[in-house]
Design a protein around this ligand. Structure first.
Ligand code: HMG
Ligand code: MG
Length: 311
């Protein structure tokens, strides 16, 4: 159903986790900490800071404890992390995360490759995680990966998404982020899934997690906005990918989303100059240019430029 745009949008910054989990070059914990601190200074209310998964599977984030211990915690900011199982939650609670993010998929093959479990097994694995996280006073977010297209199975039917969403809601998660893991979806697919979820997943609990591999992420955001979705996941500079999703490029760049939302007059509470500084920090650590289009092009002309100025 088409709705008015939500007036206020929450951008969840996932660069320190989704972005850095895919970088071949090892980034020292001190630089990750500087990146996260620059992000909290930019005004994000929620930052996915790291991942408490098996370190052998994602060595890039094996320093999760060190990162969480080193960040300057800005009051009011939710610092979340990926948590795949009870062992991960134990580590995450000791590291004082504010929110646990569990993750499963709408495609069986992707889920097996990513977390070595069927969808049903992953839900059972999360049951004690959600109970303990809630008992510890944490919010719980869940991801549904490959909600539109799977690198192994191709197009995913919306019914597969509604089925896993129902099981996650039954577990008692607070929010569900619907993922275009390999950045292959187009607006008609976003519409089909959001329409299938209408009446089953409240808009206040719905997020979209869009990778921008094929340049369709902003068109997909607009489709989400028209259907009232107010929470979007992005990475500063467009960092990112998933090592178990061949072909996945970075998340939608925070700068690119912010440019669109600012232009549409939708509030985010995030300073674009602050995002630029955060991207500077991580670009300096990586040593290669980040893909965000807005970062490269800069802000739109203000009209103050004289005709005699030259390019
Ligand atoms: P498993 O592979 O089935 O193996 O784990 P296991 O349970 O037998 O454990 C293997 C070893 O890891 C054991 O150690 C465990 O103790 C240890 P060993 O006995 O060999 O010494 N272990 C752990 N150590 C520390 N912390 C833990 C932990 N768990 C086990 N939490 C598991 C299953 C899910 C843990 C594993 O497969 C895993 O960590 N996978 C990581 C997958 C991942 O992080 N993928 C990328 C993130 S998902 C994503 O990017 C998509 C998303 O962005 C949304 C989208 O774009 O759609 C979220
Ligand atoms: Mg992702």
């Amino acid at each position: 159903m088409t709705r008015p745009y939500p007036p206020r949008i929450k951008i969840v910054e996932v660069g320190p986790r989704d972005g850095l989990q895919n970088e071949a070059r090892p980034i020292p914990a001190a630089q990750k900490i500087a990146f996260i601190d620059a992000l909290s200074a930019a005004g994000f209310a929620e930052i996915e800071a790291t991942s408490f998964v098996a370190p052998g599977r994602i060595p890039q984030l094996a320093d999760a404890e060190e990162v969480m211990a080193g960040i300057h915690r800005r009051p009011g900011v939710v610092y979340s992390a990926l948590v795949p199982n009870e062992k991960g939650l134990e580590r995450a609670l000791a590291a004082r995360i504010d929110q646990a993010n569990v993750f499963t998929a709408a495609s069986e093959t992707f889920n097996q490759r990513n977390i070595r479990a069927s969808i049903a097994e992953s839900i059972e694995r999360f049951r004690p995680v959600v109970i303990s996280a809630r008992a510890a006073g944490l919010r719980v977010r869940a991801y549904v990966s490959t909600a539109f297209v799977c690198p192994y199975e191709g197009t995913i039917e919306p019914a597969a998404v509604t089925d896993v969403v129902a099981r996650l809601l039954d577990l008692g998660v607070d929010e569900i982020s619907i993922g275009d893991t390999i950045g292959a979806a187009v607006p008609s697919q976003i519409e089909a899934v959001l329409d299938a979820l209408d009446g089953r997943l409240p808009l206040g609990q719905t997020a979209l997690h869009l990778h921008d591999t094929r340049g369709t992420a902003l068109a997909n955001v607009l489709t989400g906005l028209r259907r009232g979705v107010a929470i979007y996941d992005t990475s500063s500079g467009g960092l990112g990918g998933c090592p178990y999703a061949p072909g996945a490029a970075g998340n939608l760049a925070t700068e690119d989303l912010l440019y669109l939302l600012d232009g549409l007059g939708l509030e985010t509470g995030i300073e674009s100059s602050g995002v630029r500084r955060a991207s500077d920090v991580i670009e300096g650590a990586l040593g290669n240019a980040l893909p965000s289009k807005v970062r490269r092009a800069g802000p739109a002309p203000s009209g103050e430029r004289k005709e005699t100025d030259r390019e």
